[in-house]
Every structure is written in C-alpha cells, then in structure tokens.
Design a protein around this ligand. Structure first.
Ligand code: WTA
Length: 630
C-alpha cells in the first residue's frame, strides 16, 4: 500500500511534474510553441532555446531544472537549501531538503488570493444532469472547516486518516484537510470489500475513518457505512468514524460515529479538466485532485460509470461541462467502442483539445477509435505511462516534442527530467534500439515514491535491489528503431484488470482459505475489454468430493467479498497438480503461456519436476475453454 507519508512533500513533489503536464495539455494543439510561454522559468536556464534542449537539460542538469520548477511554481513557507540528495543504489530519495510548504495551501489559498470565484471542482454526480460546481473559495472553506473538525477530534500531525468515499467534493476536501493539518491520508477505493478495507486500515494504523452513508454508482446504491462498520470490528486502532450523507437514507450511528454537516455550493463557468479516474487510485490522486488544483484548474469529479444510464455518458458530460481535456482508461474506451459511434456522435465534443489514456497498454484499434471518432481526428491522443510509484506521468508523446509525430498505442517519449533505460536479463543496460528489456529509471525525480509506509526495506528490495543503481518499474518495454518506448506489460506477479493493479498472491491467499483447496496459482490473461482477466488454477485437497461449479461459485464469492468484484476469477480450472520446479516453485511462466494458448512459447521445461503435469494442465485448459465457448 502506498501512502503519502509526511504527506505534504510527496504530493508537492509530484505536483511539479503535473503542473508542466497541465500546461502542455493546454498548448499541445498549437504548433511551434515557444519555450518561454510553455515554461517561463526556462528563461533562467542557460542555452535553452527549444523543447528538445529543455528536455536535454532536464536530464543532464536535472538539479537546475527541478530547482527552477520548484521555486517558480510553488509557494514555500521555508525555502529549500539542497535540491536533492538521492542515491538510487541505496534507495535513498531526498528532494528539496530544508524546504517547507503545505500542499493544500498550494492547491487552494494561492488561487483564492487571485481568483476565489474560479470553479475548482465540477462534481459529475451519478444522476445525469445534476452536476454541482464548487469554487476555489468554497473548497478552501470546506477544507478548513473539515481540518478544524478533524483537529477538534484529536487528529494531529503524522496521523494517518483512512478515507473510504466515492469520488465527490467532500472526499477531495478530506484529502486536502488532512494535508492541511499535516496528517497523511490513506484513500481506499470504495469498491473494496470490508476485509480489504480492514487490512488497509490496519496497515495504516488509522484511528480515524471518513466515509459516507451510502455510495451511488451506475444507479446502484452501495452500503459504504455498513461496510465500514464491518471493517472496523477487526481494526482496534479505529476510534472514530466521520459520516457524511451522500443520499437521504439514514444509517444506524454508533457511539464511534460522528455525523458531518452539509456544505454549500454554487454555480460558475470555468475551463475544465476531465480526468474520469476514481480518487481511490493514483490517477485520481494526481490528476483529479492535486495536479489540477495545484495548477488552479477546474477539475471534474466523475462519480458514475461510462455506460450509466447509457453508453453516451462520457460524451454527454463533455458537452454539458464543456470539457477541454479528457483523460480516461483503455478498458472504458474498448468497452464503448463496442457500442458503436452513434453514442459519441450524438454529442457536441468541439470543446475537447487533448485526449489522454492511462493505466494499461492501449491497443491500436481503441487508440484509433478514440482519435478518429471521439476526437474527430483533430485532438492529439496521448498514451501516458506511469505508475503509483512514479507519482505522475513519466513517458508520453507530449510535451517534450510538441510537433513530432504520435504513433498509435505508444507512450513514446520520456517526460522532462525522466531518464528511462532498458535492462537485459544479465542486468546490463541495453544501448541499441529495436530492443526489449526491463524498464528502469537511471535518475531520480521529485515525484517518485520515497518509501513504503512502515516498510522501508520492502521499498529497497522491490525497486532498487533488482538492478543496483536504478529504479525498477516492474514493467517490460520495447524501444523502437526510432527510439520510442512501448510498454509491453508487467514482469512481476502483478496483474492489471481494467486498469486496477492487484498482486496475484493476494487473490491466491483468499482462494487458499477455502477448506477444500490445497493450493492455487493465479495468472492474468489477455481480455478484450478488461485488458487482463483473472485465471485461477486450483488443486483440491485429497478426498474432497464437491461439484466444481458449486465450488467455483463459492471461490468467486470469497474473492469478491474479501477483495473486490474486479479481482474475482473469470476462469477457475481445477487441476490434480501444478507444474513446479524441483525446488517446489510453481512455474507461473508456464501457466501464463498455457492460458494465452501459446504452447510454442512454453520454453525450457527441463527444470520441471514432472513434465506430465504440463500436459494435464493444457488438456484441462482446453476442456474449460470448450465448455465456455458460446
Ligand atoms: C500499467 C496507474 C501501458 C503499467 C497510473 C504500470 C501502463 C501500472 C500505462 C501502474 C500505459 C500504466 N501503457 N501500461 N500508458 N499506464 N500502465 O500504479 O504496468 O495503478 O506499471 O498506476 O499500470 O498502475 P498504477
């Protein structure tokens, strides 16, 4: 789990990168932009005449680059004395030492001083056509009140508050209120179950939880407060739960619960940044909340789903809210593509300037549809690669080269200050083009993660041990003849379902809790809409006599309940045994090839303990597929 420990600095750091991004989203439609207009502070950097030179300097002299950005774009209460003190070989990441600032002041007060009436948030509520707007002035007031409320109830600097809320203004104000009073926030996706929530509360050792009575998404009501009630039963640290009202239905309050009052809202016009991610994921943190607000932009809070009440929802919203930048996930684009162009064409999308994609590789067909149909062929589509650990976008076609070509389905070019490299299996840097390897970063940048909350050793082991001296992303990538990067997917045991990351071990853990199960192995496979689907191999204990269909249902129910619906297996294959090495390790590489039906690619099986196990697995897979064919 990732937390903004010492919360201000992590988010402050990432906001540099985002500020630059927000500016490029505004200008990327124009050709030949001058550097001073794009980044005024570049005027102080010697010898920088164009964006190529700027990008060059951002890597060769990254200290000057980030120092200029930090001084120019943020308000410091105490200026920093040292730009950076990082050592990737030891996983030591320190930026802007001696500097002090408050991220909520940078997101709110700064803009309230100059333009309090500018719209900060447009809440696109689940009920179509009932959007609400909040100005910077109102958001600041809401944040301060909430901050005071938290303080009155004993929340102090260094505490970690768990926020379990749908994407709504009060959730944003809760994040900013924590930052304001120096508390860290642990935002848990409101689709997670009571068990998954409880584990995250325990990890964070939160004494305070903020939630709403009920959530509403896609017309369905979810009992968020009840889920919190169940979760906190196994979280002895929790002393208080703040409850806001999203619907009019009362909920049972206990001695632990504190009701939050309503706030006001008003209606104004503004320029609009539409990132449709949920705030429970990093994209929501960086590009719904902190990035846009640090830049004084108007940001959309999308509470609904792309197909509620119909598949025209996004484009109807673009027309109604006059969205200028639309940032979404490939899984939603692939889904909408299947419903046909008419759902897009019905609506006026002329306000759109840039279309962004994030979370997983976007296939060419989806990219082209997004570009041709949604953007009428006139908006650049930017495939942006990054991850929770990087804080913000690291590889994207813009802004480093505003006029250069954009190739469908490729993140292509490193962002300012980002220095990616590819590694071979021996741990050597691959220097040629037209080559694939493990994606690493050769230099630190301010937005990167600095630790794992309460587990710094794990941080070092995961990201800095595999390739000493480099930050390892866990992804594989291909560098084309022209030097463009294309992300090929995860190299570790993490899968990406509809843009939501989950460790396969977490799902196996739940499956293994079933008394009938001896062991299991979960792998991802290519899924036409979700990007990756979940495929579970299950070995039953000896002498167990159950109907496979019943057990499958039970296992699916367990995973939905203990983690979340999206993690529930699409396929469960029962097997007598799993392919293992002689040292007893499950050969997941083999299982992945089997579920992708890539039998040619099974590779070297000589380390297998018993090669016959693979044949059984292949046969079982074919049987399962033929049963599920329409
Ligand atoms: C994957 C989401 C291909 C990648 C921002 C990464 C992508 C993981 C792309 C991070 C992209 C993200 N093309 N793959 N444009 N963007 N990914 O932490 O595997 O939820 O490591 O952050 O998503 O997922 P996370």
């Amino acid at each position: 789990m990732w937390l903004p420990c010492g919360c201000t600095s992590k988010y402050v750091a990432s906001s540099f990168a985002r500020r630059t991004l927000a500016s490029y989203l505004h200008v990327s439609g124009r050709s030949r932009c001058n550097v001073a207009a794009f980044m005024p502070e570049a005027a102080g950097l010697e010898g920088v005449s164009g964006r190529a030179a700027l990008r060059e300097l951002s890597v060769s002299n990254s200290e000057s680059f980030w120092a200029a950005v930090a001084r120019h774009r943020l308000c410091w209460s105490t200026p920093f004395h040292t730009v950076q003190d990082c050592d990737l070989s030891r996983g030591k990441i320190k930026w802007f030492e001696g500097g002090k600032l408050n991220v909520s002041v940078n997101c709110l007060d700064r803009h309230v001083h100059t333009c309090p009436e500018r719209v900060a948030l447009i809440w696109e509520r689940d009920e179509r056509g009932s959007e609400m707007k909040y100005t910077y002035g109102e958001l600041l007031e809401m944040t301060c009140r909430l901050g005071n409320l938290l303080r009155r109830h004993g929340v102090k600097r260094g505490d970690c508050v768990t926020i379990y809320m749908p994407t709504c203004p009060l959730a944003v104000a809760s994040m900013l209120a924590c930052a304001r009073i120096g508390a860290a926030h642990n935002v848990v996706f409101a689709g997670f179950s009571a068990d998954a929530l409880a584990e995250r509360i325990r990890d964070a050792q939160s004494s305070t939880v903020i939630t709403v009575n009920q959530g509403v998404r896609g017309g369905k009501v979810t009992e968020l407060k009840k889920t919190v009630d169940t979760a906190v039963q196994s979280c002895p640290t929790v002393k208080q739960v703040f409850v806001a009202m999203r619907t009019d239905n009362p909920v049972t309050m206990t001695a632990r619960d504190i009701a939050m009052e309503e706030y006001v809202f008003s209606y104004h016009d503004g320029d609009v940044f539409g990132c449709v991610a949920d705030i429970g994921w990093i994209t929501g943190h960086s590009y719904v909340v902190y990035g846009p607000l640090a830049n004084g932009a108007t940001t959309v809070l999308f509470e609904s789903t792309p197909i509620y009440p119909d598949p025209g929802r996004y484009w109807d919203m673009v027309e109604r809210l006059k969205i200028n930048q639309f940032y979404g996930a490939p899984t939603a684009i692939r889904l909408l593509l299947k419903y046909g162009d008419q759902w897009v064409n019905k609506y006026d999308r002329s306000t759109l300037k840039t279309l962004g994609s994030v979370g997983e590789p976007i296939n060419t067909e989806a990219w082209e549809w997004y570009h041709r149909v949604v953007g009428d062929g006139r908006c650049p589509v930017v495939d942006t690669w990054w991850q929770t650990e990087t804080g913000g976008i690291c590889i994207a076609p813009r802004p480093s080269d505003p006029d250069a070509e954009i190739v469908p389905g490729m993140a292509m070019r490193p962002f300012f200050g980002i220095n990616p490299v590819l590694m071979d299996t021996e741990g050597e840097v691959l220097t040629s083009n037209n080559t694939s390897g493990a994606l690493c970063m050769a230099q630190p940048w301010p937005g990167m993660a600095r630790t794992i909350h309460n587990d710094h050793q794990r941080f070092i082991d995961t990201y800095f041990q595999p390739y000493p001296g480099y930050f390892f992303t866990g992804d594989g990538a291909y560098r084309s003849e022209e030097g463009y990067y294309q992300i090929t997917g995860r190299l570790d045991d993490v899968i990406n379902v509809s843009g939501h990351r989950i460790g396969t071990a977490e799902i196996e853990d739940v499956v293994n809790q079933c008394p009938a199960v001896a062991e299991s192995a979960v792998v991802g496979y290519t899924h036409s809409i979700k990007g990756q689907g979940v495929y579970a191999f299950v070995v039953l204990k000896k002498g167990i006599d159950v109907q496979e269909a019943d057990l499958s249902r039970q296992l699916n129910g367990m995973v939905s309940e203990k983690i979340a619906k999206y993690a529930s297996p699409d396929f469960i294959q029962f097997a007598k045994r799993l392919p293992k090495t002689r040292s007893g390790k499950i050969m997941r590489r083999v299982l992945r090839k089997v579920v992708e039906s890539d039998l040619e690619g099974l590779g070297d099986l000589s380390t297998l303990d018993d090669p016959a196990a693979v044949q059984e697995i292949i046969q079982g897979h074919e049987k399962l597929l033929s049963k599920n064919r329409p």
